[in-house]
Write a protein that binds this ligand. Structure first.
Ligand SMILES: CC(C)(COP(=O)(O)OP(=O)(O)OC[C@H]1O[C@@H](n2cnc3c(N)ncnc32)[C@H](O)[C@@H]1OP(=O)(O)O)[C@@H](O)C(=O)NCCC(=O)NCCS
Length: 167
């Protein structure tokens, strides 16, 4: 199937589907790029970023397959505290267009769910060249700042590049 044909659906993670997270594997060289899938639920449960943030974990589905996960952490009352905390496509599904399809869904979800959102942010490790290429192609730009937790570069999507995702 051509990459452009891929569709992804975000499915909120709950007690019925959370076990799907646990089988997802990355390539060895990728494991530091993203929170291990089990940990993403823990970070959401303890509201790691603070009570004012909505912590939302989603499975990424493509048809009947679960191909990855994405977690957003957003302060609905803010202008620019809307973070894609993690996104991962499992190794055996990578390079087929699911990551791009999932990013489009995540950005549309954020734009629809949070009317005050004026910027979507994320952190991408310097050595994670393929993820950075994906983000830049969607309109994200480096802010010049670094993430407090990892010291890695932050990226921001704003202005017209974000407006494309509004309902
Ligand atoms: C980054 C990731 C989410 C991309 O998902 P994916 O399904 O492999 O990506 P896609 O097939 O949709 O490709 C999307 C874009 O990513 C980039 N990309 C993907 N694989 C690449 C590779 N091997 N080399 C260079 N760029 C690549 C390209 O810009 C590509 O653009 P294209 O659609 O014009 O080809 C996925 O590889 C992943 O989960 N990696 C490990 C975890 C991780 O790094 N998460 C992000 C943390 S910031």
């Amino acid at each position: 199937m051509k990459k452009i044909d891929q569709k992804a659906i975000l499915e909120p993670i709950d007690r019925t589907n959370f076990r799907k997270l646990f089988n997802m594997q990355l390539r060895n060289e990728q494991v530091t790029f993203v929170t291990p899938p089990r940990w993403t639920l823990a970070r959401c449960y303890v509201k790691l970023f603070g009570d004012n943030f909505e912590h939302l974990p989603h499975l990424i589905r493509a048809g009947d397959e679960v191909v990855g996960y994405a977690t957003t952490v957003c302060d609905p009352d803010s202008a620019d505290s809307y973070w894609i905390d993690d996104i991962m496509i499992a190794a055996n599904y990578q390079g087929k267009g699911y990551g791009r399809a999932a990013m489009l869904e995540v950005l549309q979800m954020i734009a629809a769910r949070y009317p005050r959102c004026e910027a979507v942010q994320l952190t991408c490790f310097r050595t994670n060249l393929s993820a950075a290429a994906l983000y830049v192609s969607l309109g994200f730009r480096p802010t010049g700042g670094v993430d407090e937790e990892f010291g890695e570069p932050n990226y921001k999507l704003t202005g017209d590049a974000l407006a494309k995702f509004r309902p």
